[in-house]
Write a protein of this length. Structure first.
Length: 173
């Protein structure tokens, strides 16, 4: 006896819960347990009977063809994804092409966005000198210790003047 002739151990059920009994090959609703622990009996289904849950909607030939050719949800007609950069340089670049590519990269590095996308990115681009809080009277002591532990001893005079003018504006007595 080959394995393909045997019915499956866990038969597939229809929407109404009807399954094929593996022993008798009849259509049945298998026995199940209720929430109180009692068991429902297995119910036999008459041959040819189809419950309302299992009845499919009628689809004409044009409807089925339209559904088969339908675009996926959210698809934009005519849109194609941009080509990957790996596919572009298939042949080696000439000297002038390499030079132009370097120029483009340099130009892109020099150009900075006028409006930042995320305010939290400002923390990543902090100045070389540490920011000094001026909220409490003990902040003067921390400012002195921060100056002594500055990593760059050759600080620009203009940066120092700008920082001192900002501190004067922030200092509240």
């Amino acid at each position: 006896m080959s394995r393909s002739s045997l019915p499956p151990i866990e038969p597939t059920k229809t929407a109404a819960g009807i399954a094929l009994d593996p022993r008798t090959l009849e259509r049945v609703i298998p026995e199940s347990k209720r929430s109180d622990g009692s068991v429902r009996k297995q119910l036999k289904i008459r041959p040819g009977f189809t419950p309302q849950e299992d009845v499919r909607l009628f689809r004409g030939t044009k409807q089925t063809q339209m559904e088969a050719n339908a675009l996926p949800k959210g698809h934009i007609i005519g849109w194609t994804p941009p080509p990957s950069k790996e596919a572009e340089p298939s042949k080696p670049m000439s000297k002038s092409a390499k030079k132009n590519a370097k120029r483009r990269e340099k130009k892109a590095e020099e150009k900075e966005p006028a409006v930042k996308d995320n305010w939290e990115d400002d923390d990543d681009e902090a100045p070389a000198t540490p920011a000094i809080p001026a909220a409490s009277p003990s902040s003067k002591q921390t400012a002195h210790s921060a100056d002594s532990a500055a990593p760059d001893p050759k600080a620009d005079a203009t940066t120092a003047e700008a920082l001192s003018s900002k501190m004067e504006k922030l200092d509240v007595s």
